[in-house]
Design a protein around this ligand. Structure first.
Ligand code: NAD
Length: 342
């Protein structure tokens, strides 16, 4: 695995042309025009990411933005009026931008958005920008859907498509400290890293297209299970009469130690400032944890991977996600759902 930390390339050189290692900007006009970027999906993650991107690309470049929620693009334009244009649809983004980043909720949104961008397959002949695009999808989706989109982009020669799911949450998106796990052909890695480093701190290249998503889903599968196991272990210890902090302290210097036990302990009061200690507010939403778990289970089934624990965990998250006292909370709320003492 290649770990690439944020690059220190001078800003002026971070242009779509530069990321494709081209010698000059080459638009339909023979004149040298400034470069264009695209961002689709200005939600909880995408809005801040696009803000960071706009702040770091050269002032004279243009950022085309689009979201089905017009209020989001309008707000963005009001906050960042310089060098931002609202595209009326995603095809307009694809026609005008050389580098296009997407941050969308679910596989069907990614599929639909890329279909609309890539069909008809005339981006290189009939639009303002005649160069192959760099498409970077940062959404967490299943590797199969991602591979399907990549296939269309690559087979029509309209651009390179890479998967770059992220971790770091809304706090990391706002601070520009996200970690991206990317799946990309070797020749696309440097360019993608330069772009992503404007929105994050680390870019991990895990392999060919699809590898970023596979890595992310494997990690989040483990996280989902560790979270449940920690909730159960803490619950049993506390019911047996152990002091919660003493129990967590012991686990955290023993073999049971994991991120949920040490950093995001599900028992209120064990870790100061954790979501559990503030009513399970903030953090990694139980619905998002469930979404990633289901994507991992789907991808595992497609690859014929035998799993013993995944389905039981899925049922638990499914139930917690809709329970009135757990809904919308940090995923450590499974401790509450399981009846743990608070
Ligand atoms: P979100 O739902 O807040 O934002 C998604 C945005 O996409 C919304 O503004 C929505 O209006 C827009 N959208 C939906 N369909 C569209 C379409 N067809 N065309 C244009 N725009 C469209 O989601 P989010 O929390 O920003 O997450 C984005 C992705 O990142 C998801 O795949 C999520 O799993 C992943 N992710 C989220 C977090 C997190 O903490 N929120 C962390 C890591 C990864």
């Amino acid at each position: 695995m290649r770990v690439i930390t944020a690059v220190s390339t001078p800003l002026r050189r971070i242009t779509p042309s530069a990321v494709r290692q081209s010698s000059r900007r080459c638009f339909s006009s023979t004149q040298e025009l400034e470069a264009s970027w695209g961002f689709i999906g200005l939600g909880r993650m995408g809005y801040s990411m696009a803000k960071n991107l706009r702040a770091k690309i050269p002032a004279e470049d243009t950022l085309f933005i689009h979201d089905v929620n017009a209020a989001a693009t309008q707000k963005f334009l009001e906050e960042s009026p310089k060098g931002v244009r609202i595209a009326k649809n995603v095809r307009e983004v694809a026609e005008n931008a050389e580098v296009i980043i997407t941050a969308l909720p679910e596989p069907q949104h990614v599929k639909g958005v890329y279909k609309a961008m890539l069909e008809p397959a005339t981006l290189l002949t009939d639009s303002a920008v005649k160069k192959a695009r760099l498409f970077i999808d940062t959404s967490t989706i299943d590797p199969m859907t991602s591979a399907g989109v990549a296939q269309v982009a690559h087979s029509t020669g309209q651009g390179k498509f890479i998967d770059a799911p992220m971790s770091g949450g809304v706090v990391g998106a706002a601070a520009g400290t996200l970690t991206f796990m990317i799946g990309a052909a070797p020749e696309a890695v440097d360019g993608a890293t330069k772009v992503l480093s404007m929105m994050g701190r680390k870019v991990l290249h895990l392999g060919e297209q699809g590898a970023g998503l596979k890595g992310k889903l494997a990690n989040n599968y483990l996280l989902a299970l560790n979270n449940v196991a920690t909730a159960e272990a803490m619950s049993m210890g506390i019911k047996w009469g152990l002091d919660p902090k003493a129990l967590a302290g012991m686990i955290n210097i023993s073999t049971g130690k994991c991120w949920p036990s040490e950093v995001n302990n599900p028992v209120p009061g064990v870790v100061e400032g954790s979501p559990a200690s503030r009513g399970y507010e903030g953090g990694f939403g139980v619905a998002l944890a469930n979404k990633d778990l289901k994507l991992a289970l789907k991808a595992a089934a497609e690859a014929d991977v035998k799993l013993a624990l995944g389905e039981a965990a899925r049922q638990l998250y499914e139930a917690a996600e809709s329970a009135p006292d757990c809904k919308g909370k940090d995923f450590s709320v499974v401790y509450r759902y399981l009846g743990g003492q608070e």
